[in-house]
Design a protein. Structure first.
Length: 1175
């Protein structure tokens, strides 16, 4: 026997099953491979799904160098095929962030057109799906079936793609086959299972069949991607699904037709939280492409394959294992804050020891059967990770009977846990949990937020189908989205006939066909060019029937109701359709970006936006990346630009940011690592990016002892005396050589500003930089005294914008979102050029936006935070006690809620935003201080209503967004000009209420007069944007002197219910350096976030620079920080005020050390086994 150290194979960048397979003996490995449907491993081949960053060509070259192949799917996703014994080489490719084995997905196979109001849509609106492409990912299609053949004998099928054989047949080849006596030698495709033919018929049967057999979109075009099929059940791999999606999107672009994708496969393999690679890929594709993605909810509702609930001190989970199970894999998910132990008991009463799950790998026997447990810990794509429990027989089958999993926990957090078996199509129907939880049984990828997840109901009895997958009970994201008939559905089958089948597979294509009708109405007929994605979903959900009086919609069984296409079209007509024609993009040039009379916007785009601007002389564009850009356009020609440029899918309104004005480094146990005997961390080799008021580069704290600068470069956006940075066309950049010359000039009693004229007149940026990284030369040492700085002095917002917002008399720094996103881009470019990790400190914030992470600045931060070595840090702001936010609930349709705003006598104008959850529709009424009443301002989409108040002399401008394009929620923008002081009443009228929640934000307190405030404010959801960004690391502010929360600290959670802040950091009376080498004290969210930025810089040194964790980036850093937090006794964590607790860097490394020690696993492996797996 040889003792083999397997750490060389273990990587934190791969999933649990893959790491488990690398650890178990061959005899067990073979069984798990067959069970998990990864049979290619038995042939010493492997397929991996990967996320990459950087250049895909580099990955391709690396994979080819050791004999593999790499398929790039776009958006950072790819598939590797290679020899299994070379898997350890993948982890060493720097561009690869994360990889996993493909997961098995199974088909959800278990007078509906009239029930779904389809016939009414045909007749009243003359719709048939013509001009729309429906792509199916399924078991294939009988292309000879008359339902898919036009009246003239030609095929309605544009392409058939057989992934297993890697062959594609186009429309011409299919027509040639149809015209021959024997079609199959020409197109040798059959649908042996019949599932795909049946599904396609429900969505779009038509052509040469009786109209009673017509599908919903009977004149639509069709593409069928036939998935790999093996064995007695119909299953595929998620890697094949991803290939199929890319093929469909590419062909829709080629054919220039809007696309609906129908997917009737699902799996239980994953956390059901949208974070698997398949889910992320689908989410990105659905957001970035002009498609609507329809997914079956799965058939797990009554199959007893899920247990879960609040984690108690002890829970015993009993399950029955049928007689013919060759193995079983359970996947357990829990909160990162909960430490658990597990004991397994077999039907004979034999048990394992109680195992504390704080290591990676456990194995042993329960009676005559084997158990293997693998714990991933946090991964780059999941904060909580996953625990895989595998039971594998020593002989052919597991011991049948009742098995028990006992879970022990000392946690008082009352967090939830979930355990899933594989889905029903992969198990004997008698294998099940004995006390299952029927909720959270939605199949993956119906869990993706922006797909249309479709459940099933029996339209004859108006009851939910027992098998229909259900959503979570307590979740802000309601799934399934909608229900459609799914029992005994008559449709086409191979051979030219028709038959009945049941399942959510049959419900989903009904909705896919409905989506095609809406796309025909909007996109093809030109009535609404943006009728796809979340906008199309909005109308489907808003038009759904909610006939059951005993049900509160939405809910995890019925979603928002049952499909009714005609109602959806009526909603569109009643609310007023419009062309959302925001279009736009690059070379931001100085004359336009800085000039008054030009407006700047951040946009999301698709296509070649640069080419679109080549012949436009009144606008310019600067590309940030493949999704986002900044445009400048002459104010009077905005509409002309929108009409001419068709590449932009969304424009974000101009949003104004203010400073979060200023950590107790000792309280966070940061300074102890500056001179630690074994772990010295001072920020060496790490860049700190500052976007602020600039920096006093002559301050000794930012100069080394040899009188050279610690500042890599300064981009001063506000002056144009020097050369702009490469790729930008405004502002002035000064590198370290120029700064050094200026320092030398000052030492020689000259004028340094003749060389580098950038100044920090305000002092805020200098103070923030001092907290993060003061050198200690004047007695003030920052958190990371050896770091280097890259500084962006932000450009103040244009006078025209400030005047329009009524802020031209505010004497404080105010910045636009465009200046901030361009500054972030500059910092990233600099870090990439120097090949150094960077932490970006954002000490600015705004109240304007949805507060759910969907602003373009936040989405851009999300994207860049996926890259290793990059972290963005911000505070929650200082609006906690500012009286600038209120929220509430309208209970039912017809109810009215009154919100009172006191406006200061000196407040010239006031702009605020009202956000309401979809699919609610809220209208506005206003009562002025004098009692003048506007009963109701009609909700006309995208039109500005002006209301004049006679006695006050005020004008109120109201603009409805129904829906707001990114979130799908309702947004109402109100602007009171020439405001009269006094109490204004805003009446919120529930025209249509399902959720009823509303949130209102005034501008930041810094932008308001003293007495302007809500009379009934809420201190919650007062965190400022961008701290609601998903991957940004954000902190609340507390008083480190007495461990109390300060009133001004912005509180969570986000509007969509996510836990923010992440941690709390001290920020009261922080000593730092100021202008002219003065020592000053500062207080505020900026100070707290600066301390956090310094802590992150030390972690980046430990991980990236010192080589302890080369894959360190935002998600992983957040996990380490949370695990190390200190907590006040008596508080329940996480919470709205403190997040997961107080920052404690010492706790971070203590926790990390405990984990690392426990993860060194030694296993005795026989010599013959060792040779087989090439260790």
């Amino acid at each position: 026997m040889n003792t083999i150290f397997l750490e060389v194979y273990y990587t934190k960048n791969s999933n649990a099953l893959l790491n488990l397979l690398l650890m178990v003996p061959d005899r067990v490995k073979n069984k798990l491979i067959k069970y998990s449907k990864n049979e290619e491993l038995l042939k010493r081949k492997i397929e991996l799904i990967v996320i990459i960053t950087g250049n895909s060509d580099n990955v391709n070259n690396s994979i080819e160098s050791f004999g593999g192949t790499f398929e790039y799917l776009g958006y950072g996703f790819g598939i590797i095929t290679m020899d299994a014994d070379k898997i350890n080489l993948v982890a060493n490719i720097p561009e690869i962030i994360y990889f996993q084995l493909p997961k098995a997905l199974y088909t959800d196979y278990i007078e509906s057109n009239k029930e779904s109001c389809v016939v009414g849509a045909w007749e009243q609106y003359n719709l048939s799906g013509k001009g729309v492409l429906i792509g199916f990912i399924d078991s294939g299609i009988d292309y000879t079936h008359p339902a898919f053949i036009n009246q003239n004998g030609t095929s309605r099928i544009e392409y058939i793609y057989d992934i297993k054989s890697n062959k594609v047949w186009n429309n011409a080849e299919i027509n040639k086959a149809l015209n021959s006596e024997n079609p199959y030698p020409i197109v040798p495709e059959r649908d042996d299972m019949g599932h795909g033919t049946h599904v396609a018929g429900i969505a779009c049967a038509g052509g040469k069949v009786d109209k009673k057999y017509y599908g919903v979109a009977y004149e639509s075009s069709i593409i069928m991607v036939k998935m790999t099929r093996t064995g007695k059940v119909n299953y595929t791999k998620d890697s094949q699904i991803m290939r199929a999606i890319k093929f469909l999107v590419d062909k829709s672009i080629e054919l220039k037709k809007p696309l609906v994708i129908n997917l009737s496969f699902s799996t239980n393999d994953g956390a059901h939280d949208g974070k698997s690679l398949l889910e992320q890929y689908i989410k990105i594709i659905s957001a970035q492409q002009k498609i609507s993605f329809v997914v079956a909810a799965g058939n797990e509702g009554d199959r007893a394959h899920h247990v879960g609930g609040v984690l108690k001190e002890v829970q015993t989970i009993n399950m029955n294992i049928a007689e013919d199970e060759t193995a079983i894999i359970l996947q357990l998910y829990k909160n990162l804050m909960d430490d658990i132990s597990i004991r397994i008991k077999n039907p004979a009463g034999k048990t394992t020891n109680i195992m504390s799950i704080n290591r990676n790998y456990y194995s042993g026997y329960v009676g005559i059967d084997n158990y293997y447990i693998y714990n991933t810990g946090a991964t780059p794509i999941s904060l909580n990770g996953e625990i895989v429990i595998s039971l594998v027989p020593e002989n052919e089958f597991l011991q049948s009977g009742i098995w028990s999993i006992e879970i022990y926990s000392n946690s008082k957090q009352k967090n939830h846990y979930d355990i899933w078996m594989p889905i029903s199509e992969g198990l004997n129907d008698k294998t099940k949990f004995l006390k299952p939880n029927p909720y959270n049984t939605l199949g993956i990828p119906a869990t993706v937020e922006n797909v249309i997840a479709v459940g099933s109901y029996n339209y004859n009895t108006d009851t939910i189908s027992p098998f229909s997958g259900r959503g979570r009970l307590s979740s802000d994201i309601k799934k399934p989205d909608i229900l459609s008939p799914g029992e005994d559905i008559f449709s086409s089958i191979p051979g030219g006939g028709f038959d009945m089948l049941s399942g959510t597979s049959m419900a989903a294509p009904e909705v896919a066909g409905a989506a095609a009708l809406l796309m025909e109405w909007g996109v093809v007929q030109g009535k609404d060019a943006f009728m796809y994605g979340e906008r199309l979903k909005y109308f489907l959900l808003k038009g759904a029937k909610r006939d059951r009086t005993d049900i509160n919609y939405p809910n995890p069984l019925w979603g928002y109701g049952t499909l009714c296409v005609r109602n959806s079209l009526e909603v569109w007509n009643n609310e007023g359709g419009r062309d959302l024609g925001y279009r736009a993009e690059e070379n931001i040039n100085q004359s336009m970006y800085l000039k008054e009379g030009y407006d700047n916007f951040i946009v999301e785009y698709e296509g070649d936006i640069k080419s679109a601007f080549k012949n436009i002389n009144f606008a310019s564009v600067y590309v940030l990346d493949e999704n986002y850009a900044v445009i400048s356009v002459e104010s009077s020609k905005k509409q002309q630009l929108y009409d001419e440029v068709k590449e932009v899918v969304y424009i974000e309104r101009t949003v104004l940011y203010t400073l979060n004005s200023i950590s107790p480094i000792d309280a966070a146990n940061i300074s102890k690592f500056h001179d630690h005997n074994h772990l010295t961390l001072r920020g060496r080799g790490v860049l700190v990016g500052i976007l602020d008021t600039g920096i006093d580069y002559l301050n000794k704290e930012f100069i080394y002892e040899d009188d050279t600068t610690r500042i890599v470069s300064i981009w001063d956006q506000s002056i144009n005396t020097g050369l702009p940075p490469e790729g930008f066309d405004f502002g002035s950049e000064y590198d370290s050589n120029q700064i050094n010359k200026a320092i030398t000039k000052q030492l020689e009693n000259g004028n340094p500003y003749e060389i580098v004229p950038s100044k920090d007149e305000n002092g805020h940026g200098t103070e923030i930089a001092g907290i993060i990284g003061a050198r200690g030369r004047n007695g003030v040492m920052g958190a990371a005294p050896d770091c280097e700085f890259v500084v962006v002095k932000l450009l103040n917002a244009k006078e025209s914008i400030l005047k329009d917002e009524g802020l031209n008399d505010i004497d404080k720094p105010i910045y636009s979102n465009t200046s901030i996103i361009l500054g972030i881009k500059y910092l990233l470019t600099t870090a990439k050029r120097l090949n150094k990790p960077i932490v970006i400190s954002l000490a600015v914030g705004t109240n304007f936006g949805s507060h759910n992470g969907t602003s373009l600045v936040e989405r851009y931060i999300n994207e860049i935070s996926k890259v290793r070595g990059i972290a963005v840090v911000s505070g929650t702001g200082n609006q906690g006690d500012s009286d600038t936010h209120t929220e509430g609930k309208i209970e039912k349709t017809g109810d009215i809620k009154t919100v009172e705003i006191k406006i200061d006598d000196f407040q010239k104008s006031l702009k605020f935003e009202i956000w309401c959850s979809k699919p609610d529709k809220i209208s506005l009424g206003i009562v002025s201080p004098s009692g003048e009443v506007i009963e109701k301002i009609p909700a006309r989409i995208q039109e500005v209503e002006e209301i004049k108040f006679i006695f006050e002399g005020s004008s109120v401008f109201v603009k409805y967004y129904l829906p707001e394009e990114i979130t799908g929620d309702e947004l109402i923008c109100v602007n009171i000009k020439n405001a009269k002081g006094g109490i204004w009443q805003i009446r919120l009228i529930g025209d249509y209420v399902v959720e009823g929640r509303y949130y209102i934000w005034l501008p930041q307190r810094e932008l308001l007069k003293e007495q302007t405030r809500f009379l009934n404010p809420s201190p919650y959801t007062t965190l400022t944007i961008p701290s609601t960004s998903r991957r940004l690391i954000c902190c609340a502010t507390y008083n480190q002197n007495n461990n109390t929360l300060v009133a001004f600290s912005g509180r969570g959670y986000t509007r969509d219910g996510r836990i923010k802040p992440d941690v709390a950091v001290g920020g009261i009376n922080v000593v730092t350096t100021g202008l002219n080498n003065q020592i000053v004290t500062v207080t505020g969210s900026s100070a707290a976030s600066a301390v956090l930025s310094g802590a992150v810089a030390l972690m980046l040194q430990w991980g990236i620079v010192d080589g302890n964790d080369k894959t360190l980036y935002s998600t992983k850093i957040m996990t380490y920080l949370i695990r190390g937090t200190d907590k006040r006794k008596g508080d329940i964590y996480p919470n709205r005020e403190w997040g997961y607790g107080m920052l404690d860097l010492n706790g971070v490394f203590k926790n990390m050390r405990a984990i690392e020690k426990s993860r060194s696993v030694f296993i005795d492996i026989p010599e013959e086994v060792r040779k087989k797996i090439n260790i």
